[in-house]
Design a protein around this ligand. Structure first.
Ligand code: AMP
Ligand code: MN
Ligand code: MN
Ligand code: MN
Length: 279
């Protein structure tokens, strides 16, 4: 079936958040890799979508306007992807503005904490690396690596940027119900991103997914760049069990790291692809 087999990559990042390529470079790279349908899903921002749209027209590929929202549900951090959203929908825009302010406050506090631990100017450097975009932990990570304080991403997150470490500061992101309302109100479909990355037990994951579905979530990311084959199969089980549409995406951030745009494993059988309606 054509709709299942098209090369769809519905999760990736640009310089609008923590990717290293410009939105137009992401689109061009995706097209050159054979992607036919792409969604740019930057963290808590739609700022890259206009540029991506123009590039997608030039390259004759389909761009699905997207976002990856940071969400808190029962004290757990989740990422909810909005696909096919109208970026002009006012409640979504206001939600994005709230998250932008929250990110900035959090980055300042991360900087203060790192400063106290003897690592000065981390905020200023992360802010510089983020350009006009949202500051994420990835920018702090890049700075700390650049400064010679850690050898790679794994090392820097483990030693500086996770719970209990000097650069960690927990915030409450958008309530899940609100984030789903912003997405569906904007005409989009809410997809729970990379379910296997939350390090939740199966029973917690079932609870989270049930809550997500009850709040109006319709999709789950089954095939994801950092998944093992086993992760893909387990995510597929959750999709079938909860009657969710299946999504797939690389979660590409930069060339040479993690996975490449459009180079994804096949979707496990017996699932309804979320992209079918856009083909
Ligand atoms: P934030 O939303 O600011 O908390 O930043 C989260 C981002 O950090 C994720 O989207 C990933 O891109 C990145 N990240 C988180 N954990 C790791 C890790 N262990 N290695 C590399 N990147 C990570
Ligand atoms: Mn990221
Ligand atoms: Mn994510
Ligand atoms: Mn992502």
């Amino acid at each position: 079936m054509k709709s299942v087999n098209i090369n769809a990559d519905l999760h990736c990042h640009s310089t609008a958040s923590d990717g290293t390529l410009l939105p137009k470079e992401v689109v061009t790279r995706a097209a050159d890799n054979g992607v036919e349908m792409l969604s740019l899903t930057d963290h808590d921002t739609t700022a890259g979508l206009d540029e991506a749209y123009l590039a997608a027209q030039e390259k004759h590929i389909r761009l699905i306007p997207g976002i990856e929202l940071s969400v808190t549900w029962q004290e757990k951090l989740l990422h909810i992807i909005g696909l096919d959203i109208d970026p002009e929908h006012r409640p979504l825009k206001l939600g994005i503005r709230m998250l932008k302010d929250l990110r900035e406050e959090r980055a300042l506090e991360m900087g203060r904490r790192l400063d106290k631990a003897g690592y000065s100017n981390a905020y200023e450097n992360a802010r510089r690396l983020a350009g006009n975009g949202n500051v994420t932990r990835t920018h702090f990570a890049r700075h700390l690596i650049e400064a010679g304080l850690a050898k790679d991403f794994n090392d820097v997150f483990k030693r500086f940027l996770v719970r209990g470490k000097p650069g960690y500061y927990r915030v409450d992101w958008a309530p899940m119900e609100d984030a789903i309302d912003w997405i569906t109100g904007a005409g989009g479909i809410a997809v729970i991103a990379h379910p296997m990355r939350y390090k939740l037990t199966a029973s917690w994951l079932n609870r989270v997914i049930a809550g997500f579905r009850q709040a109006g979530g319709e999709g789950i990311e089954v095939v994801c760049g950092h998944n093992s084959t086993d992760d893909n199969e387990r995510s597929a089980m959750f999709a079938r069990k909860h009657g969710l549409l299946a999504s797939q995406g690389s979660d590409f951030h930069e060339p040479g790291k993690w996975v490449e745009l459009g180079k994804l494993a096949k979707l496990p059988v017996g699932l309804e692809p979320v992209w079918q309606k856009w083909v």
